[in-house]
Ligand binder design. Structure first.
Ligand code: HEC
Ligand code: HEC
Length: 375
């Protein structure tokens, strides 16, 4: 007896044929298992991973915590590539004193006000006074010990008391706030280092009383604080300041401007972002005529322009309305020292003159116009 002759069995096998036939018409059921990715997708992932690797390779900044802190970072720190004359320094770079001082000024603000102008009859102004912008020794003496009794400031006489800060603020904080008030509201005096504050504090250790006006005026207006043992400044910074001796342009403040304004486009490295933002490194516009650089910052740039051999066609917004002459001189000087192979700094007077000539211009510069600038 065989199953073939069983009518019930043959009906079953016919059904089975039908089922397989219809199953063949369907797409296969989704199943678990290994299937290779579409090659195009693989390529895209590979490219992304490659890009990330290269990017990290260039911009790892030694994996230091401060690298992506905009106010502590520097172009050299961020990029391991050498740019122009600026050598790579891996030393951690600190927040500039002026920047630190801004926060510490909150101690002074209740009396001297955010504007630095004080309150008539009660608190004297800090803008342009012989105690703030003249001798560093006077200012630090005031901050360490305070002032009491009648004092004439900017033509008005005050008779109040300014508290001593040597107990409340560290040497570093006193240096920072002193540097801040010397570099703000149009004041343009050099910063005062922590080492100088420490040195003067030591020299005045015996004194507890606040100063009187007569004592303060007895400190010569150009008296420097002697005996400060400076710790080595980061190489980039000392090179930058060294080049400006003689001209009182605050390059550190310029760096802060750069890190606040230009950095978004020209990048911390000054290398820009091809093909959108041109580099400031190896740019004739940075190291060439200071007047032209100031004109660029004042009015912006538009249209096709070739920088360091590569073409760009974009537009740089004018900064003239946002920045004072002092700030433009600082940022231009920073850019020239950091990216322009140490080109000379730009003075406030040069900026003022350039603004007088071109300040009213409504549009950005074109490449042809920039090329026509006198060198
Ligand atoms: C409690 C109010 C008060 C605070 C806070 C204060 N000052 Fe003063 N400051 C005064 C007064 C009042 C005088 C004038 C003293 C006098 O009349 O003898 C003065 C004088 C000065 C002077 C010399 C005169 C001038 O205007 O150039 C300087 C510089 C100065 N203060 C800086 C500072 C700084 C920096 C801070 C913050 C660390 C600060 N002061 C915090 C009240 C204050
Ligand atoms: C919003 C982006 C942006 C900001 C902010 C910016 N720039 Fe530019 N900058 C550009 C672009 C884009 C160009 C090129 C314009 C073109 O293609 O015509 C340029 C061109 C320049 C040039 C001439 C070409 C070169 O690379 O040398 C200089 C110099 C320059 N910028 C300096 C500065 C300085 C200094 C600051 C800060 C005060 C600044 N820029 C802020 C986008 C910007």
């Amino acid at each position: 007896m065989s199953n073939h002759s069983d009518p019930k069995n043959s009906a079953d096998s016919r059904d089975a044929h039908k089922v397989t036939a219809s199953a063949k018409r369907e797409l296969p059921d989704p199943a678990e298992g290994n299937q290779s990715l579409p090659p195009a997708l693989l390529l895209i992932f590979a490219a992304i991973i490659c890009f990330a690797g290269v990017y990290l390779g260039i911009y790892h900044g030694g994996f230091q915590g401060s690298v992506y802190n905009e106010s502590e970072s520097t172009p050299d720190l961020l990029s391991s590539r050498k740019n122009g004359a600026a050598a790579v320094t891996q030393a951690p770079v600190e927040l500039s004193l002026v920047e630190q001082g801004k926060a510490i000024y909150s101690n002074c603000q209740p009396c001297h006000q955010a504007s630095g102008l004080g309150i008539a009859g009660q608190f004297p102004t800090l803008v342009g006074t012989e105690y703030v912008i003249s001798s560093e020794k006077r200012l630090v003496s005031i901050l360490l010990k305070g002032v009491a009794g009648p004092i004439k400031v900017a033509g008005a006489t005050y008779n109040g008391a300014m508290p001593a800060w040597e107990k409340a603020l560290s040497d570093r904080k006193i240096a920072a706030v002193a540097s801040y008030v010397r570099a703000t509201w149009g004041n343009n005096a050099p910063e005062i280092s922590e080492a100088k504050v420490a040195a003067l504090k030591k020299q005045l250790i015996e004194r507890t009383a606040p100063w009187t006006e007569a004592e303060l005026l007895a400190i010569p207006a150009d008296a420097a604080i002697e005996g400060a043992v400076e710790s080595a400044a980061p190489a980039g910074v000392s090179a930058a300041t060294a080049k400006t001796t003689g001209a009182a342009v605050d390059i550190e403040a310029g760096k802060a401007q750069y890190m606040a304004i230009c950095v978004a486009c020209h990048q911390p490295t000054g290398l820009g972002l091809f093909p959108v933002f041109p580099p400031l490194v190896n740019s004739e516009y940075v190291k060439g005529s200071p007047e032209r650089l100031v004109a660029i910052i004042l009015n912006g740039v538009m249209g096709p322009i070739t920088v360091d051999g590569k073409p760009y066609n974009n537009m740089m917004p004018a900064q003239g309305a946002l920045l004072t002459d002092t700030k433009i001189s600082q940022v231009a000087s920073y850019v020239r020292t950091a990216f322009g192979e140490g080109a000379s700094p730009v003075t406030v007077e040069q900026v003022a003159e350039t603004r007088k000539k071109y300040g009213a211009r409504p549009t950005g510069w074109t490449e042809a116009e920039l090329k026509a600038f006198p060198q």
